[in-house]
Design a protein around this ligand. Structure first.
Ligand SMILES: NC(=O)C1=CN([C@@H]2O[C@H](COP(=O)(O)OP(=O)(O)OC[C@H]3O[C@@H](n4cnc5c(N)ncnc54)[C@H](OP(=O)(O)O)[C@@H]3O)[C@@H](O)[C@H]2O)C=CC1
Ligand SMILES: O=C(O)C1=N[C@H](C(=O)O)C[C@H](O)C1
Length: 236
């Protein structure tokens, strides 16, 4: 039997961090090495002690980090993974272009996977949007994203990913963002022509889909050759 893959969860006290910790047992190949969070958060919903962010360098050995935190916290965990030569999975959105460049540079040394959305449905939607944009030349393309009021970045990472897909198909998308209540995440991509309109919508109704996608990716990324992987590279 293979040794379990040791996982460090970064942003462990957050909405996604807590979901990841709850669902980790579903991936029997994974074991928790550390749950990292700022010092104000002493224990999470599951009662596990947090490793303080301030002592990130002293984190126990791990094989892969899963990061769902904030842009301000991203550089530190990526640097630790590069230093320890571990795999890095991140879903943190709102990154600056310079942070994306550093991530790309790190992929020469370690396996990395960053995705704006870890759900299967959005992966399919991305393909549909590119195809629609390619076919519907001259139609207006608008992307409307809705999220909970605690979300800090806008447009969402997913909206930008879908916009890039539309762009590859030749469209020039516009963006609109709504923040309301506890909406987990909704993305509408609308193509409007003369006398007709197509709406492609993805609605996330809970965060488990994102956490399962990230845990699945972590289990398959650990131990791989360095490189920048996409979610679709690791799907069964
Ligand atoms: N790619 C995807 O599929 C998805 C991506 N996301 C993205 O993941 C990120 C996290 O989302 P969510 O869980 O809702 O956000 P939360 O605000 O609930 O969680 C953020 C986490 O980061 C921690 N944190 C804050 N500041 C620092 C710091 N300076 N150093 C280290 N850790 C810090 C927070 O600690 P504390 O609790 O103390 O504030 C918390 O643990 C966002 O960028 C979001 O857009 C979200 C869902 C899906
Ligand atoms: O912050 C969130 O909650 C989410 N963020 C991601 C994004 O920015 O696209 C993914 C999902 O929509 C939830």
């Amino acid at each position: 039997m293979n040794a379990p893959i040791r996982v460090l969860i970064h942003g462990a006290s957050g909405r996604m961090g807590q979901t990841l910790l709850r669902l980790m047992a579903e991936q029997p190949s994974l074991t928790l090495a550390a749950a990292v969070a700022p010092p104000v958060a002493e224990t999470g919903l599951l009662g596990q002690p947090f490793h303080p962010v301030a002592e990130l360098d002293a984190a126990p050995d791990f094989d892969v980090a899963i990061d769902f935190s904030l842009p301000v916290a991203f550089d530190g965990i990526l640097a630790l993974c590069a230093k320890r030569r571990t795999a890095f999975v991140s879903g943190t959105t709102g990154l600056a272009s310079q942070q994306r460049a550093v991530l790309q540079a790190a992929s020469v040394q370690i396996p990395v996977l960053w995705a704006s959305n870890f759900s299967l449905g959005v992966a399919v939607l991305e393909d549909l949007v590119e195809r629609a944009a390619r076919t519907l030349s001259g139609w207006d393309c608008d992307i409307v994203e809705s999220h909970h009021t605690r979300k800090l970045d806008a447009p969402s990472g997913t909206a930008l990913t879908l916009g890039a897909a539309a762009g590859r198909g030749g469209a020039d998308p516009r963006y609109a963002s709504l923040r309301a209540g506890d909406i987990v995440g909704e993305h509408l991509v609308q193509f409007a022509g003369q006398g007709e309109r197509i709406e492609l919508i993805h609605r996330a109704t809970n965060r488990d889909i994102f956490a399962r996608g990230a845990l699945h990716a972590a289990a398959r990324l650990a131990g791989r050759d360095p490189g920048a992987y996409r979610l679709r590279d690791l799907l069964d």
